[in-house]
Design a protein. Structure first.
Length: 222
């Protein structure tokens, strides 16, 4: 994994959370998410405890809110779905702000938002306090299958490369006056995605051949 690749999510620091072994942080995140998922939606005080706990870790790790909040936008699709649930679910109705909504849908929306938000904050905190090489090393120490660990390592290594290819494609389309405004432009977008896939697949083959020529036998060197 080359320097500079996959480091965009890591926030450099010297807090106790940063210094903790990566495999322990992964296990802690996994255990925390099991607790959150297993918590019934109507146990409202428990969610307050989980939120206080994860925010305490964020404070101890000194992860800036200016770094954390913009990256929480990844949760937007779940928020949209949660907002729709009270209106599309069936069952007894309850009035909220003068609007009749499904009581079970309202509870399901709250549960989805609460658990999703806690999961996103916890996952971002792990990413902020653990560099990609440490994360991969932690997965290896947890004895995960070598193939899965290597796939994760290469994904981190080349994610920014593929993103840069996509950026150059967008620049090329924009320089030719292309702006996607309606479904008539979808074929162009589909061809762009296909070209990106083929380019990434061919790069993967070249990288694999280069590794094999240097003695790669299915295991990464220490």
């Amino acid at each position: 994994m080359g320097a500079g690749h996959g480091q965009a999510m890591h926030v450099h620091g010297h807090s106790p959370v940063h210094r903790a072994p990566a495999h322990l942080k992964i296990l802690t995140l996994f255990g925390f998410m099991l607790l959150v998922v297993a918590t019934p939606g109507h146990w409202y005080p428990a969610y307050g405890v989980w939120l206080a706990l994860v925010l305490t870790v964020v404070a101890v790790a000194r992860v800036p809110l200016t770094w954390l909040l913009p990256r929480m936008l990844v949760e937007v699709p779940f928020v949209v779905f949660a907002v729709l649930m009270p209106f599309i679910a069936h069952g007894p109705q309850v009035e909220v702000l003068g609007v009749a909504v499904s009581q079970s849908g309202l509870l399901a929306a709250w549960t989805l938002l609460a658990k999703g938000t806690l999961g996103v904050i916890a996952g971002l905190t792990l990413a902020a306090t653990t560099s990609p090489p440490e994360l991969v090393g932690g997965l290896e120490r947890l004895r995960l299958p070598s193939a899965l660990v290597q796939i994760a390592a290469f994904m981190i290594r080349y994610l920014e490369v593929v993103a840069d290819d996509l950026r150059r494609q967008n620049i090329a389309l924009a320089s030719r006056g292309f702006v996607a405004r309606d479904p008539r432009h979808w074929p162009v977008l589909a061809k762009s995605v296909g070209a990106l896939f083929i380019r990434s697949y061919e790069r993967g083959e070249r990288v694999h051949l280069a590794m094999v020529s240097r003695g790669y036998d299915g295991r990464m060197p220490s």
